[in-house]
Design a protein around this ligand. Structure first.
Ligand SMILES: Cc1cc2nc3c(=O)[nH]c(=O)nc-3n(C[C@H](O)[C@H](O)[C@H](O)COP(=O)(O)OP(=O)(O)OC[C@H]3O[C@@H](n4cnc5c(N)ncnc54)[C@H](O)[C@@H]3O)c2cc1C
Length: 612
């Protein structure tokens, strides 16, 4: 079974060397607390928790799963103890405001913690993970009393949160929800209805659960403009702020699903349950976007974490497993066969996993810097800019990193051969657990429509053009010094990136024109456009990582301590070369597909799809 080992060297490379987070932290108060020593201490401590406490529950949590007892959900053995240890360590409120009990450290530091937790045990991590979205929603849209009552408990982790959107008849199309909210004289509401697929909807980790529920008032406008957002606690807080009376929130059933079996997925019934409005009436979806955006980036993280975990398992196996001899001559003459890592095809799989895991990490940490700007904006203009930048990246992170994360998890099974298919090794669990990531929090198709339809067409591509300009400036800035013997390869990376960047802008304009002729052109091109964009964005980060590595190697030249560190930087450059040679060319296929138009999808008549 894959034993998670925190990739601290790579995390620190991205955090410190690539993104220079300490310099970034000079921009705002919260950042000044995060001194290098503190960051190192946090990483070391969190790594211990993840490796020693959470990772050992990964496979047992899958085997045991959740079950119901007396109408309540019981999580797998060990989950509660691990949760108690997690909140005793103050991990939940690490990046949340001090005034509500948090430690006020930057969000971008929090993502390193989330990465470790999520890679060690995604199912377990969903309980505190869902709470994060509830915390951000309450912080941004709740009133002071709500923050004092609920946010403080969520921040200390003694209560957890959920996101209750989906109903049996709708998941994507939330304008069709029917859960009702009837106003009471005291300003509260009675909420009634059924929600399905609710993650962490019930469990035995805490003594209360704060449900964030979408519902509509009887006289509300139809569609998304008539949706409001409510806090519906499982137990209504008493005068001291503790879990009080039962609020008629019950679990209809527990879903029996493909993976993430340690995470409870519940049908939740609200039966005249007391609810409290968050924000303005009929503005629920806007408020909920705070939750969904947090969750979407968190889901992108799931893809990248799956790639890392699967890569670690596959790499260990590929060094041990013997099979035949290398075509270019024996590599392990002392053994009766060579380890499979000598075979080019096995290396192709391992390098694809490595490129996805490390490229995804860089993209996520970069986006987390944007989130820092959003949380610490001092003017409306700064806030809007950070929001737009993050809004542009969010669908790419969510969909591209989960699609490629699933690919990496599948490759992990492939490296193991038939053993990958056998439960004992744990590789098939990663595939099962990760498969959900392209579905929840808006499917890949829906993220793609958000990117092309909203962020490019409706918002006139403001943030897209800003990102593309950053990329263009990067390429221009490098052209002067990518010459020279050692940097020859950088030159081809930069010129490839530069021409793709030009093509990216051209494609966006072409698709806008196509959409004016026929709206189906948007849906027909959107997923290819998203994946194409994702490969370019990841290419940008691989180029920068190669550049930083060349610089580091040049600085180290002549030192006779050249060992592991040199190997680290050389591997970065070699993985970047692999990415540019074997992964980035996938943009060509996506380009051809998205430019081929909607006709080849729409011309076939529905009745002619099959003759059964
Ligand atoms: C394990 C698990 C955990 C979950 N956790 C939560 C949770 O905590 N809270 C919560 O509220 N929900 C949760 N969900 C629900 C999840 O978010 C939805 O299942 C998801 O949003 C998709 O909705 P749906 O299943 O209704 O699919 P549908 O909306 O019916 O979509 C079906 C297919 O049609 C496509 N499609 C739909 N509309 C369009 C369109 N306009 N254009 C192009 N394609 C379209 C979709 O991409 C998809 O491929 C969870 C689901 C699962 C399985």
């Amino acid at each position: 079974m894959p034993q998670y080992k925190t990739p601290l060297r790579d995390m620190k490379f991205v955090f410190n060397e690539l993104l220079n987070s300490q310099k970034h932290y000079e921009n705002f108060e919260a950042g000044k607390e995060a001194s290098p020593d503190m960051v190192d201490a946090i990483l070391e401590e969190c790594a211990k928790l993840c490796e020693d406490v959470l990772a050992p529950l990964y496979q047992s949590g899958d085997t045991e799963g959740c079950h119901m007892k007396d109408g309540k959900v019981i999580t797998p053995s060990g989950f509660k103890d691990a949760y108690d240890e997690y909140i005793a360590g103050g991990w939940q409120g690490m990046s949340h405001p001090v005034e509500y009990g948090g430690q006020g450290l930057p969000l971008s530091l929090g993502i390193l913690k989330s990465e470790m937790v999520s890679t060690a045990n995604w199912s377990w991590g969903m309980y505190p993970g869902l709470s994060m979205g509830a915390m951000n929603t309450l912080y941004m849209h709740g009133d002071e009393a709500q923050k004092q009552t609920y946010l403080t408990r969520l921040t200390e982790g003694t209560w957890t949160g959920t996101m209750c959107l989906t109903e049996p008849q709708c998941g994507t199309d939330l304008g069709r929800i029917t859960t009702k909210a009837l106003p009471n004289e005291d300003g509260s509401y009675n909420v009634s209805g059924t929600k399905i697929f609710i993650s962490a909807g019930d469990h035995d980790l805490t003594d209360n659960i704060v449900h964030i529920v979408l519902a509509r008032l009887p006289d509300a406008p139809k569609g998304t403009r008539g949706i409001s957002l409510f806090i519906v606690p499982k137990f209504t807080p008493d005068a001291q702020g503790n879990a009080g009376e039962f609020n008629h929130v019950t679990v209809g059933s527990l879903e029996d699903k493909m993976g993430i079996k340690g995470s409870s997925t519940c049908v939740m019934n609200f039966d005249d349950s007391r609810g409290y409005l968050i924000g303005e009436l009929n503005q629920g979806l806007n408020c909920m976007f705070t939750f969904m955006n947090t969750a979407r980036i968190g889901t992108g993280l799931q893809g990248s974490c799956a790639a890392e975990l699967s890569f670690q398992g596959a790499l260990r196996y590929a060094k041990d497993r013997l099979s035949m001899r290398s075509l270019s001559g024996k590599k392990a003459p002392d053994k009766n066969a060579d380890p499979i890592i000598v075979h080019p095809d096995v290396r192709r799989m391992l390098l694809t996993q490595k490129a996805i895991a490390e490229g995804g990490r860089a993209m996520l940490y970069y986006a987390a810097h944007k989130a820092d700007f959003l949380m610490n904006a001092e003017t409306e203009e700064q806030r809007e800019r950070a929001d737009d930048d993050l809004g542009f990246l969010t669908p790419i992170l969510k969909a591209f990193l989960t699609e490629t994360g699933c690919e990496a998890a599948n490759l992990g099974v492939q490296v193991f051969g038939g053993h990958g298919y056998i439960k004992e090794w744990g590789m098939e669990q990663i595939v099962r657990d990760t498969r959900i990531s392209t579905l929840y929090e808006g499917t890949t198709g829906i993220q793609a429509l958000d990117l092309l339809g909203r962020k490019i067409l409706l918002d006139k591509g403001v943030a897209f053009r800003r990102f593309s300009k950053e990329l263009s400036q990067y390429c221009k800035g490098k052209s002067a010094y990518v010459t020279g013997k050692q940097r020859g390869k950088m030159k081809s990376m930069i010129s490839e990136l530069s021409s793709l960047n030009l093509q990216w802008k051209y494609v966006a304009v072409r698709l806008v024109f196509n959409a004016m002729r026929n709206k189906d052109e948007v849906g027909a091109a959107s997923v290819d456009f998203l994946m194409y964009s994702g490969y370019i964005v990841m290419g940008y980060f691989w180029a920068m990582m190669a550049e930083k590595s060349y610089e580091a190697l040049a600085e180290r030249a002549g030192t006779d301590t050249a060992t592991e560190e040199d190997g680290f930087y050389q591997a970065k450059i070699q993985t970047a070369e692999f990415y540019f040679a074997r992964i980035l060319p996938r943009t060509k296929t996506h380009y051809a597909a998205m430019m081929s138009g909607a006709k080849n999808l729409m011309q076939i008549e529905e009745k002619n799809f099959a003759f059964l």
